[in-house]
Design a protein around this ligand. Sequence first.
Ligand SMILES: NC(=O)c1ccc[n+]([C@@H]2O[C@H](COP(=O)([O-])OP(=O)(O)OC[C@H]3O[C@@H](n4cnc5c(N)ncnc54)[C@H](O)[C@@H]3O)[C@@H](O)[C@H]2O)c1
Length: 326
Amino acid sequence: MKFGSVLVTGGAGFVGSQLVKRLLPLADHITIIDDLSTGNRQAIPDSDKITFYQDSVTNEGLLQAVLPEVEWVFHLSCRNLVLSAENLEADFHTNLYGGFLLLNLVKKYCHGLRRMIYTSTASVYGNAPVIPTPESFYQITMPYSASKFSVEHYCQVFIHMYQLPVTILRLSNLYGPGQLTSNPYCGVVSKFFEAIEQGRPMTIYGDGRQSRDFTFIQDALDAILLAARHPHTVGKVYNVGTGKETSILELAAAIAKVTGKQEYPYEFQEKRTVDRVVRRALDARSLQQDIEWTAKVALEDGLRRTYQWLTGTEHERDEEMTDKSE
Ligand SMILES: NC(=O)c1ccc[n+]([C@@H]2O[C@H](COP(=O)([O-])OP(=O)(O)OC[C@H]3O[C@@H](n4cnc5c(N)ncnc54)[C@H](O)[C@@H]3O)[C@@H](O)[C@H]2O)c1
């Protein structure tokens, strides 16, 4: 699998930095635009093949300068669910306007575009009546789901009006090596590991019976890279998930087991504004049918690999990531 000149927005974030590591041996050149609002510069590997701009995806001049050379666009930069609910204007500006601007300028300047991947989210499903949820459903109640879903619509506009080759992937609760606990908005898996490491109880918002579809990062990256190259995925929207529900209580127990502290305590707190989804699992059969992708890493295995990474040295961490990139 070869990639020429690539742009990754949000390349210093969890998914972006791991995508960059996977792309590094495959691409000729990688441009990263990330304003480091939640991302980490150290998460990006050192390489002559990488040009990093600490800047916003809403910087039109920068996009105009870099896009003419770009063949592959992976649009990952975003304000996350929690930040979006705290500041709707900033969510609108980065997630919606940033996504629209990028599409518009890709159409104008990216004459050699091979594919644009837009990472959308399972948050567009809200409280879906069907579990696992197929791509046809949506329920928008939060600013994050509104802005992410709106950009999906703009993707459709550019696909249909201008034949822009875009693929939309709805990711679900990613976890794994690379999810840094230094980011206060990292997912619940990293939060639970961090609590155990610091000797604090794991914090559960609500009664812990709410479920999520936890997807291992390397499975999700397989989906992103395969979908980017596959001719059948142009113009389509796909779920990327395992189809399995895991409650937060089950997750807490599984993490405690992986760390060897079976009876580790947890504490309950009131649900936050963003804790609205009761059940989540994604039906990813359409991606399986079109490109033969399925999630391979079972939760317990993924958690074990995450724990090894979190407790390893930086060197071991890097080796782990290099192994997975090959
Ligand atoms: N991690 C998940 O579980 C998950 C689930 C569903 C969807 N997604 C999607 O995957 C993508 C990556 O998510 P992530 O978990 O890596 O998030 P992340 O917060 O770790 O990374 C997002 C990156 O975007 C950067 N950023 C924010 N605003 C920016 C701006 N205006 N200009 C440039 N960069 C900016 C941040 O600094 C950060 O490095 C997002 O599009 C997200 O919606 C992630």
